[in-house]
Design a protein around this ligand. Structure first.
Ligand code: AMP
Length: 590
C-alpha cells in the first residue's frame, strides 16, 4: 500500500466522531494492506516505532522537525515556526507549507508504507556525533518527496502527535473485524497481546497465520507480559467473601514493579508500563544471576529500598531516588534494593501462566530459598477476617502500604484488573480510603491570582474499559503548588486540541480539551452523583441522568503527572462504581 493511501485513511479517521466507525475504517485499512504491512501500520497508528519495551525512539525535538520542514520545502525556518504557532500543530504547518511550496512534489505517488516506515526507523537508529543533522536531513528527504498530506503525517509521527484517537482496544477490534469477519475474536487477540505486549506482532500473526496461531500464543522470554493488576475492596470480610472463604494474603510493597526475564546470564527488567528498566537496576540483575538457580525464568515482583541496619523498609520517596539515568552505581550502593518476588510466569520451559496461584507460589519459594536480595513476598493463607486484619496491621506497622489478597486457585491474569488480586490500603475514617488515578482530558485558565500561571484547574476522567472511553468525573481546582501549575500548563499546552477527542465522553466543556495522555493522582472525601459528569452515567428514578463526581477533590503527590501510568491504566469507571457502593455500605454501618 502506498503511504499516500494510508494518509488518506488517517484523514478520514481524524474526522470521525464514533468509535464504531473508527473500527470499520481501521479494518478497511488492514484489509487493504498486505500481510507484511500490517505490523508497521499498527505501530504507525499507535504513534510508535516498535513496542515501548524495545526503547526505539525518534530522538527528534520539535525544533528539529521544524528544520526538516524548512529544508524540504526551501521555506525559511522562521516562516515554518510562524505557521506552526498559527496552526498549533506541526503536521498542519508542514501540510500548509508544502501546499504553497515551490518544491511541491510533482511526480505521482510512489512512497510505500514499508519504505516510509524503514526510513523512519533509520532516523531512530541514527545516533552519535552529527546525528542531529543527519536525522533532520533524513526526515527532510521523506518530506521533499511527499505530497502535502503525507508530509503532515511525516511531521506528526516523530513528535508523537498523530492523535488519531485510537486506543489499543480499537485496533484489536479492527484486527478482529478485518481477519475474522466480526468483533467476536477480540478477546483472543487481546489475550495474545497481554502475553507479548506487542500489538504489531499480534497484527502480523493474525494477518499471516490466522486465528489458530493467535489461540496458540505463549509467553516468550524478553517479551514482557502485561502485568496483572489488583481490584480493591474496603474490608477483610468482603475480601474473603469474594475469595469464596479462603485467601492468600501478601504484604503490599510500595516500590518499583519489576518483571524479570532471565535466560542464562542475560537478564532484562520491565516496569509496570513495560519499559525496559534493566540499566537502572544493576544490583537486581546481579542478584538474579547469582540467586536464581534456573536458566530460564520470568518473575514478577516489587523492588524497594530496605535498610539492613535498622531492618526497616524505606519509604517510597527514598526508593524513587533509584530512578535515574546517571550515577546509577553510586546510588545502588547508597540505597540497595530488595526484590520481593510475588509471582512466576515461566520456569524452565514450563509456562506457569495457567497454573493456580498456590502452585506458582510453591515453585517460587523453592526457587528463591537461598536468596538474600530476592525474597518471596511475605504471605499467609487465611479463612478468618480477624487474621487478615492483623496481617494488614502488621504490614502498616512495618511501614508498608497494606496488603494484596490473592485467590489461591486463580491463574495469572495478564493485563487486567480482576478480583483474583484485591488490594487493601490504609483507610482513613470519613475519607475515601484510596486515591484515584485520573486521566486529564481538559484544563481551565485561572482567574485572579491563578491567571498569571495561565492555569486554573483540570478536567479529569476515569477509563471505561467496556466502552474504551474516558468519562469525566471531576473538575479539580485545588492541591496544586505554583511549580505544578507551571508544569501542568507547559505539558498540557502541547497536547491541547481544538475539538473534544473522540474517546472522551463529557457534558461540560473545559477552556481547553487535551488529548488523553497524562494521569494524575487525586484524593477526595466522597463519591457523589451529579448530572455534570459522564462517569458511570445512568438515569435516576426522577428521570435525570447522573454520573459519579468527587467531593473536595485535590491533587496529591510531589510531581503532578504520574509517568508510570498510561491513560488505560487509570482508575476505571467500574472501580469507581464499586467504591461508591462500598462507601455506602460503610456509612450505613456507622
Ligand atoms: P496499585 O498500584 O495501588 O493498583 O497496586 C497494585 C501494585 O502493587 C502492583 O502493580 C504492584 O506493583 C504492587 N505490589 C506490591 N506488593 C505486591 C504484592 N505482594 N502482590 C502484587 N502486587 C504488589
Amino acid at each position: 500500500m502506498l503511504f499516500s493511501k494510508l494518509s488518506e485513511y488517517y484523514d478520514r479517521l481524524s474526522s470521525i466522531a464514533s468509535r464504531l466507525s473508527m473500527i470499520e475504517v481501521m479494518a478497511e485499512i488492514f484489509k487493504d494492506a498486505s500481510a507484511n504491512e500490517v505490523r508497521p501500520i499498527v505501530y504507525i497508528t499507535q504513534g510508535v516505532l516498535s513496542p515501548s519495551f524495545e526503547g526505539i525512539e525518534f530522538g527528534m525535538a520539535e525544533k528539529m522537525v521544524q528544520e526538516s520542514v524548512a529544508l524540504a520545502t526551501g521555506v525559511p525556518k522562521e516562516e515554518v515556526e510562524r505557521e506552526y504557532r498559527k496552526l498549533g500543530d506541526m503536521g498542519l504547518a508542514a501540510e500548509s507549507i508544502k501546499k504553497r511550496s515551490r518544491l511541491k512534489r510533482m511526480t505521482s505517488d510512489r512512497l510505500t508504507i514499508m519504505e516510509f516506515y524503514n526510513k523512519m526507523l533509520k532516523i531512530a537508529e541514527t545516533s552519535g556525533s552529527g546525528s542531529k543533522d543527519a536525522k533532520i536531513k533524513l526526515l527532510a528527504s521523506v518530506m521533499a518527496e511527499a505530497t502535502p498530506e503525507e508530509a503532515k503525517y511525516a511531521a506528526k509521527y516523530p513528535m508523537d502527535a498523530l492523535r488519531l484517537g485510537l486506543g489499543d482496544a480499537t485496533i484489536l477490534e479492527a484486527l478482529s473485524v478485518a481477519y475474522c469477519g466480526g468483533r467476536e475474536s477480540k478477546d483472543k487477540l487481546e489475550n495474545a497481546y497481554n502475553l507479548c505486549s506487542d500489538l504489531g506482532l499480534v497484527g502480523e500473526t493474525i494477518a499471516k497465520k490466522g486465528i489458530s496461531a493467535i489461540e496458540k500464543f505463549k509467553v516468550t522470554i524478553f517479551k514482557p507480559i502485561r502485568p496483572a493488576l489488583a481490584e480493591r475492596l474496603p474490608t477483610a470480610e468482603q475480601i474473603l467473601e469474594k475469595m469464596h472463604g479462603e485467601s492468600a494474603v501478601e504484604h503490599k510493597y510500595d516500590g518499583f514493579r519489576c518483571q524479570i526475564h532471565k535466560d542464562g546470564k542475560k537478564v532484562k527488567i520491565f516496569s509496570r508500563r513495560l519499559e525496559n528498566t534493566t540499566e537502572m537496576f544493576p544490583d537486581i540483575v546481579e542478584a538474579v544471576i547469582n540467586e536464581v538457580k534456573v536458566d530460564r525464568v520470568i518473575l514478577d515482583g516489587e523492588a524497594l529500598a530496605y535498610s539492613e541496619e535498622t531492618d526497616e523498609f524505606l519509604p517510597f520517596q527514598k526508593t524513587i531516588q533509584r530512578k535515574r539515568k546517571h550515577g546509577i552505581k553510586e546510588k545502588a550502593i547508597a540505597l540497595p534494593l530488595h526484590l520481593f518476588v510475588f509471582d512466576i510466569m515461566l520456569l524452565g520451559n514450563k509456562d506457569m501462566m495457567d497454573a493456580p496461584y498456590i502452585e506458582r507460589r510453591k515453585a517460587l519459594t523453592e526457587l528463591l530459598k537461598h536468596g538474600s536480595i530476592l525474597r518471596p513476598s511475605t504471605m499467609i493463607i487465611t479463612t478468618k477476617p480477624k487474621e487478615l486484619e492483623e496481617f494488614f496491621e502488621d504490614a502498616i506497622e512495618n511501614g508498608l502500604e497494606g496488603i494484596v489478597a490473592k485467590d489461591p486457585q486463580a491463574k495469572y491474569v495478564a493485563g487486567a484488573r480482576k478480583f483474583s488480586w484485591i488490594k487493601l490500603k490504609r483507610s482513613y475514617k470519613g475519607e475515601l480510603s484510596d486515591t484515584l488515578d485520573l486521566v486529564i482530558v481538559g484544563y481551565y485558565i485561572g482567574k485572579g491570582m491563578r491567571s498569571e500561571f495561565g492555569f486554573g484547574g483540570l478536567l479529569c476522567a476515569t477509563y471505561n474499559e467496556k466502552r474504551d472511553m474516558f468519562e469525566t468525573i471531576s473538575r479539580i481546582g485545588s492541591g496544586f503548588t505554583e511549580e505544578q501549575m507551571v508544569e501542568l500548563r507547559k505539558t498540557l499546552e502541547k497536547v491541547a486540541v481544538k475539538e473534544k477527542p473522540v474517546r472522551v465522553d463529557a457534558v461540560i466543556k473545559p477552556d481547553f480539551w487535551v488529548y488523553p495522555k497524562y494521569v494524575v493522582t487525586i484524593k477526595a472525601d466522597e463519591i457523589t452523583r451529579s448530572p455534570t459528569h459522564t462517569c458511570g452515567r445512568s438515569q435516576e428514578k426522577s428521570g435525570i441522568e447522573t454520573g459519579f463526581a468527587l467531593r473536595f477533590p485535590r491533587l496529591v503527590g510531589e510531581s503532578a503527572i504520574r509517568s508510570d501510568k498510561s491513560p488505560e491504566e487509570a482508575t476505571t469507571t467500574k472501580e469507581v462504581s464499586e467504591m461508591y457502593k462500598n462507601q455506602k455500605r460503610v456509612s450505613l454501618k456507622e
